[in-house]
Design a protein around this ligand. Structure first.
Ligand code: IMP
Ligand code: MG
Length: 187
């Protein structure tokens, strides 16, 4: 593990969620999903790339015969504000008709990305769709009626990185979640 005083950490103004807090929440969420989907075999969908680290931990906290799949969407570029335009970069490998689907996302911000994805999977005939997210920034929601079924941490309107979340594709490998210093993106 990278030490919390290492080089990457020098670009943070503060650590918002520690690796210990994340681990505890992921265990709790794994237990909830295991209880709720007893006797079923849901498909866990990872929204690339931000959700990968969370996804790998969450998948191992679920004691069910799940399958996994990956989807890449783009609404961002390298800016710190959403463009509102969603594109499918990589689609699922499997057919989700009549499947119980759990979408795993890193962060819900405006909600535009997830709203688009949920609509698309409903259209393909999923039996059920739930959304779980590591982080939620409720203050920035634009899609007001988007239902997030489980959020591990609500955070203030600040740009965060780590545990999968990036700025310009970097910082994903930080084990904790921190607020990125504005000096990094203002220069
Ligand atoms: P939405 O469509 O506005 O909800 O955008 C969600 C996506 O924006 C997330 O999946 C992230 O990839 C990205 N995003 C939003 N806020 C942050 C942040 O604070 N740090 C890093 N990525 C973010
Ligand atoms: Mg994302």
């Amino acid at each position: 593990m990278i030490a919390a005083n290492g080089a990457l950490y020098q670009d943070l103004t503060k650590i918002l969620v520690t690796r210990e807090e994340i681990e505890q929440k992921v265990e709790e969420l794994g237990r909830l999903i295991t209880a709720e989907y007893q006797g079923r075999s849901p498909v866990l969908i990872c929204v690339l790339k931000g959700a990968t680290v969370f996804f790998a931990d969450l998948a191992r906290a679920i004691d069910l015969p799940i399958t996994i799949d990956f989807m890449a969407l783009s609404s961002y570029g390298s800016a710190t504000k959403s463009s509102g335009v969603v594109r499918v970069i990589k689609d699922l490998d499997q057919d989700i008709l009549d499947k119980d689907v759990i979408i795993v996302e890193d962060i819900v911000d405006s909600g535009v990305t997830l709203n688009y994805l949920k609509g698309m999977l409903m259209h393909r005939g999923a039996a059920s769709i739930k959304i779980v997210t590591l982080l939620d920034k409720p203050a920035r929601r634009r899609v007001k009626d988007l239902r997030v079924d489980f959020s591990c941490f609500n955070i203030p309107d600040e740009f965060v990185v780590g545990y999968g979340l990036d700025y310009d594709q970097k910082y994903r490998n930080l084990p904790d979640i921190g607020v990125l210093s504005p000096k990094v993106y203002e220069k």
